[in-house]
Design a protein around this ligand. Structure first.
Ligand SMILES: [Zn+2]
Length: 364
């Protein structure tokens, strides 16, 4: 589907942990009397099935997103499972609901397929190693589907809940607030319940429940923040908030001159480097910092700057929200606004933050 899949290094630990706990805990308990090598085989194959299932679950979200024109930057598999990184949020509640449902439905479908093979395997008296693995595939996918239907951010059920409230109220912010509240209540119940289990029941189960509760709590906060930022910046373009007639720097002065004539005089943290109307790059405080003090008299701005191939340039019609995403992705604090290779202005992360804050204060 043209979506890059990334494996975060934490996944390998979890992979080993899961294979190990299946080989030493779960499988010997369910199917006693096999030898160690067989338990390890079952454990490793089952762990592969688990992560493949998670990937297919994520791909089904991405498939619906792509089909409806929402770009997916990448899928990352990590410690807690998988996440599809969207660069845009769905624009209508129907799409959000369909996208959220696709994952859990796919998990239940995979569970059904494994379940069917397991039944056939049992009837045909297949080796225990095979039936044990098939049964695990069915169980784990059913659990995956059910867990993701919890009505809480950041799992699919949270989006499902928000999408359905959004559909009814036609108000995204209100829907997010209500879904966030439900998530918070659920996370408190899980954290509280987990602590009770720690004291009166199984320690590991309890810690696990507390951990999931905390995971849901932080996911809910992130969703709320993202929605508020998106709302504050909706309809705002880069052109609306950019600094026009930005102060530019010639490429041939020394870094020392740049410091004394620009950085110490004006309040900006970076300047476009321009000669004869042509953009050569951008020079920031960070560039200056990387030049040792004694070399600043000898180094020119042209040598110290970020050249234009690596300078982030955007069109004036770009939405401010997308500019924010680009800055985060490229890890830069400012972008140049350019039209037909002519410099129109500059937008910094600070400009965006100010706009968000002002809009939020006006709303409140
Ligand atoms: Zn999902």
């Amino acid at each position: 589907m043209g979506i890059p899949v990334r494996i975060h290094y934490t996944l390998w630990f979890v992979f080993l942990l899961i294979a190990w706990s299946l080989a030493y805990g779960y499988m010997p308990r369910e199917y006693p009397g096999l030898d160690v090598a067989t338990y390890w085989e079952i454990g490793i194959v089952s762990a592969i099935i688990l992560f493949a299932s998670i990937l297919i679950h994520e791909l089904s979200h991405s498939y619906i997103a792509k089909k409806n024109g929402l770009p997916i930057a990448r899928i990352t598999l990590f410690f807690f499972g998988g996440v599809s990184e969207m660069t845009e949020e769905p624009h209508d509640p129907g799409l959000e609901v369909r996208m959220a449902l696709a994952g859990p439905l796919m998990s239940f479908l995979i569970a059904g397929v494994f379940g069917a093979f397991w039944c056939v395997g049992e009837l045909a008296r297949a080796p225990i190693a095979a039936t044990a693995t098939l049964r695990y595939g069915a169980l784990i996918n059913a659990v995956l589907g059910a867990f993701n239907l919890l009505p809480a951010f950041p799992v699919d059920g949270g989006r499902l809940l928000r999408g359905s409230i959004w559909m009814r109220t036609k108000n995204l912010v209100r829907a997010t607030m209500m879904a966030t509240r439900v998530s918070e209540i659920l996370s408190l119940v899980m954290i509280g319940g987990g602590l009770v289990i720690v004291v009166f029941g199984d320690f590991i189960d309890g810690i696990w429940t507390v951990f999931l509760g905390w995971f849901i709590r932080s996911g809910a906060e992130t969703s709320m923040r993202q929605t508020l930022v998106g709302e504050a910046l909706s309809g705002v373009t880069v052109e609306d908030i950019m600094t026009r007639d930005a102060l530019t720097v010639p490429p041939d002065i020394t870094v020392q001159q740049l410091v004394s004539d620009y950085f110490l005089v004006h309040r900006h943290g970076g300047y476009p480097v321009v000669k004869d109307e042509q953009i050569l790059g951008i020079i920031t405080l960070q560039c200056v910092r990387s030049i040792p003090k004694e070399k600043r008299e000898l180094t020119t701005v042209r040598e110290a700057m970020v050249p234009c191939e690596r300078t982030v340039m955007v069109r004036p019609t770009l939405s401010a929200l997308n500019a924010l995403h680009i800055m985060a992705r490229e890890n830069v604090g400012r972008v140049l606004v350019v039209e037909e290779s002519r410099l129109l202005g500059i937008v910094t992360r600070g400009d965006l933050m100010r706009t968000i804050r002002t809009k939020q204060q006006l709303e409140a």
